[in-house]
Each structure stands twice: as C-alpha cells, then as structure tokens.
Design a protein. Structure first.
Length: 137
C-alpha cells in the first residue's frame, strides 16, 4: 500500500505541477482570462498562483511538509473555483457548461488535496522527506 500511496501522490502532483508550469509559461493568456472574470492585478495573481501550484505540488510529491502543501492546494483550488469558474453567472449555455466543468474539476481536486492533507498529517505517510508540520495527535 505504501507504493500505491506514492503513485497517487505522483499522479496528483503531475496535474498540479503541470498547471503551475502553465500559469508561468502562459501568463499573458491566463491573465487576460482572469481580467475577463473581474480580477485586478491579474498578471501578478496568475504568477503567484503558478508558484503556489508548483510549491504545493512539489511538497505533496516529495513529502516535504506535504500536509501543508496539500492544505494550501485545497484552499487555492476552492478559491479559484469560486472566483474564476462561477458557472452560475453565465448566460451562454456553452460558456456555462465549460465553466461548470472547470469548477467541478477544481472542487474534486480540492477534495483530493484534503484527503492527502489528512493522510500526510498522520503517522501513515510513507516515502516522505519530512514529517508532517501539523500532527493531529
């Protein structure tokens, strides 16, 4: 089971780190989208979220205070879902569907991040470089 847990962290981190790289390599396009959603300082926010995604993904993958990395990712993903993918505000059916898919993806990933937070903050955390920063015992 230890290896399965490591594989699950790898798969989760693959998506999160890839998204972080996308934020940093396509900042202009993502900033334009963020501005269209009403965010000011969009370029800076895209870059900050990209760094946060990279840091959280590496934290979960390598197990360097993976509990805090996972919790930070869960918070970021939930905030992003609400601010960037408010499908309920869309009037166009196609745009509404696209935003709903993105919203649900972020919410599901946040759920996965919370599950990783719980596991990485307990004594069961194989193949990690550090222990948990928050230990519930």
């Amino acid at each position: 089971m230890d290896e399965v847990f490591l594989i699950s962290r790898f798969l989760f981190a693959y998506l999160v780190i890839g998204s972080g790289i996308g934020h940093l390599t396509a900042t202009g396009a993502m900033a334009g989208y963020a501005e269209s959603r009403g965010l000011s300082n969009a370029k800076v926010l895209v870059q900050v979220s990209g760094v946060a995604l990279l840091a959280g993904g590496v934290s979960v993958l390598l197990g360097i205070w993976g509990d805090i990395g996972a919790l930070g990712l869960a918070i970021l993903l939930l905030v992003t879902a609400v601010l960037m993918h408010a499908f309920w505000k869309e009037s166009d059916a196609q745009a509404k569907q696209m935003e709903m898919v993105a919203f649900n993806k972020n919410v599901a990933l946040a759920g996965g991040a919370l599950a990783l937070f719980v596991l990485l903050s307990t004594d069961f955390a194989p193949y990690t470089l550090t222990g948990a920063l928050i230990n519930w015992r």
